[in-house]
Design a protein around this ligand. Structure first.
Ligand SMILES: Nc1nc2c(ncn2[C@@H]2O[C@H](COP(=O)(O)OP(=O)(O)OP(=O)(O)O)[C@@H](O)[C@H]2O)c(=O)[nH]1
Ligand SMILES: [Mg+2]
Length: 398
């Protein structure tokens, strides 16, 4: 081990080597990593041990899945998705932030549960512009939730599956305390907020060792490609993959390679809902909160249930934040009642077809688009044509 590492860290490493169970190994390695000073000279050793940690976590996950599949009943915290799923969360140590009140204001559900501690999720449906949003009022999150305290594992597992995590923050109380707890538990549960997944994929293969490919011009601009490739190979190996293909699509750092090897790493969109905006001094704390977290949370919305204040077009705001647009399909001249939501990055005809059914794509010939306010209202287009919000699209097969 490098001489840059202090005696305390060395002792922790020894304990890791002596650990016999996966859980203990993970704990010891985490302890060790927290004791290693982080600078250039230790960068390599940190990255290597982080990928060991990722490997252990994969083993732990597999072990848990084996136990799960031995026939446990479904958790009451697991909620089947209907439409776009938004989950309201708050800090247990600041009780009564107003989640159930918000759920009720948006959906009319759970009126009788306002003002009482909510021990199990409450659900309601909010509809805006024909899009359905499933609002889940989740029991508040306790300190230690990442380690399972207060049904933490079950709650966080549902957060991993939802479309939008809504931090509900009581503006009449210390917002930093509430934010800190939620951020800490999510960070420890490997849920990353409002950042895109790293532009890397790692696939196991049967042979040929580890091959690294830089597939875009941005990826090719990474500094010291040869050195980077060596490091990627080391980290991937230490992460338990001997043969595999690593594809790099953009600028990356070693931390992101480690994250990609961690099977529980999840990337989620998240907003803050400030509550009780009718109480005194909350205007100021709203502005402070908005400003303080602006980098990580580009969207902070102030609300007051007592004054029935929440943006009228809350649904539209959410859709925009999630990067989705709605279009309508048409069949034999009849427009579908429910819109279809597609990602706004490449909202092409091709992607609409894929969304309907993958097999559709092969037989697709062309599409007709109806765009109400366009100069030419109806036109025939190809697969790469880009759609706009509220377009009506009819797909024609060969
Ligand atoms: N002044 C004011 N009070 C509110 C507002 N929203 C909720 N409250 C009050 O705050 C208290 C708690 O509200 P709940 O909606 O039950 O809070 P909760 O977050 O569901 O609480 P738990 O289920 O215990 O986590 C109730 O007495 C509500 O009437 C608001 O906008 N303004
Ligand atoms: Mg409640």
């Amino acid at each position: 081990m490098s001489s840059n590492i202090g005696p305390e860290a060395q002792a922790a490493y020894q304990k890791y080597l002596e650990a016999t169970t996966i859980d203990e190994k993970i704990k010891r390695l985490e302890e060790y990593l927290s004791l290693v000073p982080k600078h250039k000279a230790t960068e390599k050793i940190v990255a290597l041990n982080k990928s060991r940690l990722a490997k252990l976590r994969r083993e732990q996950e597999a072990q848990k899945n084996r136990i799960k599949s031995m026939g446990k009943q479904v958790s009451p915290f697991s909620i089947k998705k209907e439409g776009i799923q938004l989950i309201l969360i708050s800090d247990y140590h600041s009780p009564g932030v107003g989640k159930t009140s918000l759920l009720n204001l948006l959906t009319g559900a759970a009126k009788e549960k306002i003002g009482k501690f909510t021990p199990l999720p409450e659900i309601g449906i909010y509809e805006h512009n024909k899009v359905r949003y499933q609002i889940v009022d989740m029991p508040s999150i306790m300190e230690g939730a990442a380690n399972g305290i207060g049904n933490g594992k079950e709650i966080i597992s549902q957060l991993r599956a939802c479309d939008l995590i809504c931090f509900c923050i009581d503006l009449s109380r210390n917002y930093k305390e509430q934010m800190n707890l939620l951020l800490k538990e999510l960070q420890e549960s490997h849920v990353r907020l409002n950042v895109p997944p790293p532009p890397i994929t790692i696939e196991k293969t049967g042979s040929n060792k580890i091959q690294v490919f830089y597939l875009t011009s941005e990826a090719k601009e990474n500094k010291n490609i040869e050195e980077l490739t060596e490091r990627i190979k080391e980290i991937t190996k230490a992460g338990g993959i001997r043969n595999g293909i690593v594809k790099v699509f953009g600028k990356i750092n070693l931390e992101q390679v480690v994250d990609t090897l961690n099977p529980s790493m999840t990337y989620k969109k998240s907003i803050i809902l400030g509550t009780k905006g009718d109480l005194s001094l909350t205007k100021n704390s709203f502005l402070e909160l908005e400003n303080y977290y602006s980098e990580q949370f580009p969207l902070v919305i102030g609300t007051s249930v007592n004054k029935k204040e929440i943006p009228e077009d809350f649904g539209k705001i959410v859709l925009k934040f999630l990067g989705k647009i709605k279009v309508y399909t048409m069949h034999k001249g009849v427009v579908a009642e429910k819109p279809l939501l597609i990602d706004n990055i490449h909202p092409t005809v091709r992607n609409v077809a894929i969304k309907i059914h993958r097999s559709f794509l092969e037989s697709l010939d062309y599409a007709t688009i109806i765009r109400k306010d366009a100069r030419q209202e109806k036109k025939k287009v190809g697969l790469d044509y880009e759609l706009k919000e509220n377009d009506i699209i009819e797909l024609h097969i060969k």
